[in-house]
Design a binder for this molecule. Structure first.
Ligand SMILES: [Zn+2]
Length: 86
């Protein structure tokens, strides 16, 4: 009976999520009940997790993650990134 669900979503779902404790961003596949932060090992309730994007394509999820991470680095290391010509 659970097979009916496959009709609705035949591709995998990827969520780009953020940890509220260590601010890391990572990609979670599908929709687990709980996920563990790869960096600080905090266990999160997936429903309550901060989600930056929910996509069906891993490539897009990776791109979102990369952008989020790079914008964070720019913010925290603003002075080091003078290349941007502020
Ligand atoms: Zn964390």
């Amino acid at each position: 009976m659970l097979y009916l669900l496959k009709k609705v979503r035949k591709t995998h779902m990827y969520s780009v999520v953020g940890c509220d404790r260590c601010q890391t961003v990572w990609i979670v596949e599908m929709r687990p009940k709980t996920v563990k932060c790869p960096r600080c090992s905090k266990r999160h309730n997936f429903e309550k997790l901060r989600k930056f994007a929910e996509v069906e394509d891993m490539e897009i999820a990776r791109e979102v993650r990369t952008r989020l991470l790079s914008s964070k680095i720019e913010k925290s290391n603003g002075e080091k990134n003078l290349k941007k010509g502020k």
